[in-house]
Write a protein that binds this ligand. Structure first.
Ligand SMILES: *Cc1c(COP(=O)(O)O)cnc(C)c1O
Length: 417
């Protein structure tokens, strides 16, 4: 649950660096201590019974909950002004938990065409379980509306997609979901709550990876789900009776937590909770720097004679530039470039000295990767073409390095091709 009242009006970084102090930590610790115990002992058996029956919010077994998880969840929930949040071992665990706990065979879902590759692969897998999936163009509300069916339960989109940086029409999607009583699930990995107020768009469940910008230091995996309190779960057919207790705003998140953590077991470690919460303390500072670096570099590439195309929502040439400017505080840290047709992207990447050749994104360090032969290799050329991914595309995740050093490194590599 979020911390109520007094903290609500404070700024993003103030809230994040003071979040743990609401938990009355032992010995005046400023950070939530790392609880490594898997089991929790009770002097009175009734207290343990109450934990199992939901009357006591304490812990029974670390697959379901620990104080370390609670601290991270509280921080996320407070930053997103949600009803409740649940942390998972990875972003993929969080996304798959939503789908496997809220859907049944015979349901239909609307899923963005433009997705993180592993998420795309997971949705293909869901079709083997009797769930009907329509891939839709989330930049075009009308095109999405045409795919809605009477058994449509849920819509899943990212905010800024990877690697082509298509920007979802959040207002349009939110209205559509509201109109058809469809659960709006938004993966905000690319635009954490510092950059986007998802509640403005009627988002019902916020999810994604904590591994990327949230943690930011490339040293811990994590994922999360937050229920914003917007959806009326009394109208949703797939909530089990055992979770229809107390406040209906908590029905779905309880089911996601019980089935997703307790039954499916993708639980986050205390070490990861600690590293991610410490990382998040500088989320806003890092994003200020990352987004400023990215905007500057995108404009530079746009002017550079050896770069054929730049994909970044911050430049006016981007097809959803205006939409991105309305929706996000800044334009994020991810961009892609196509070099001129006769320039070899592999040579270019090999010439970079400072910039790392690595998968991953949202790190403090700037990263480059050739897209088609790596992260989007498995889906094949036809599906890549459908997603607007060129065969020579290079994806860049911009970091917090000093801008002049990044410019110098990119320029010397461009000079050599
Ligand atoms: C990385 C990523 C994920 C998956 O997160 P993991 O923590 O790596 O499992 C999901 N969505 C998006 C947009 C991502 O970039």
């Amino acid at each position: 649950m979020k911390a109520q009242g007094e903290t609500k009006a404070k700024g993003f970084t103030t809230r994040v660096v003071h979040a743990d102090r609401h938990n009355n930590l032992e010995a005046g610790a400023v950070h939530q201590p790392l609880h490594k115990s898997v089991l929790f002992e009770y002097d009175n058996a009734q207290d343990l019974i109450d934990v199992f029956q939901g009357r006591n919010p304490s812990h029974a077994y670390a697959r379901s909950s620990t104080p370390s998880m609670n601290a991270l969840q509280n921080m996320i929930c407070e930053l997103e002004n949600g009803q409740a949040s649940v942390a998972f071992s990875t972003g993929m665990a969080a996304i798959s938990a939503i789908m496997l706990t809220l859907l049944k065979a015979g349901d239909h879902i609307l899923v963005s065409h433009y997705l993180f590759g592993n998420t795309n692969s997971f949705f293909q897998q869901l079709t083997h379980f009797g769930i009907e999936v329509s891939f839709v163009d989330v930049t075009d509300k009308q095109a999405v509306a045409e795919q809605v069916k009477s058994n449509s339960r849920l819509l899943f989109s990212e905010t800024i997609a990877n690697p082509v940086t298509q920007v979802a029409d959040l207002q349009g999607l939110g209205q559509l979901c509201q109109q058809h009583n469809i659960v709006f699930v938004l993966d905000t990995t690319m635009t954490p709550s510092y950059l986007l107020d998802a509640s403005r768009y009627g988002v019902d469940l916020i999810t994604g990876s904590l591994t990327k910008y949230f943690g930011g230091h490339g040293n811990a995996l994590g994922g999360w789900v937050t229920d914003t309190g917007h959806f009326n779960w009394t109208t949703y057919p797939n909530i089990a009776d055992s979770y229809k207790k107390a406040d209906p705003k908590l029905w779905a998140i309880t089911q996601i937590k019980k089935k997703g953590l307790r039954d499916m077991g993708a639980s986050i470690s205390s070490d990861a909770c600690h590293l991610l919460s410490v990382g998040a303390e500088t989320l806003a500072l890092r994003l200020d720097r990352i987004c400023a670096n990215a905007l500057h570099l995108a404009a530079h590439f746009q002017r550079h004679p050896k770069v054929a195309k730049v994909y970044y929502p911050g430049i006016p040439q981007h097809p959803q530039h205006q939409l991105a400017a309305e929706q996000f505080k800044y334009f994020g840290g991810l961009m892609s470039i196509d070099l001129l047709a006769d320039a070899d992207p592999i040579t270019f990447i090999n010439e970079l000295n400072l910039v790392l050749c690595s998968t991953h994104l949202g790190d403090n360090r700037t990263l480059a990767i050739p897209v088609a032969p790596t992260i989007y290799y498995e889906m094949g050329a036809a599906r890549r073409a459908e997603m607007g991914i060129s065969e020579n595309m290079i994806r860049l995740s911009i970091g917090i390095e000093d801008l002049d050093d990044l410019l110098a490194d990119f320029n010397q590599a461009l000079d050599k091709i």
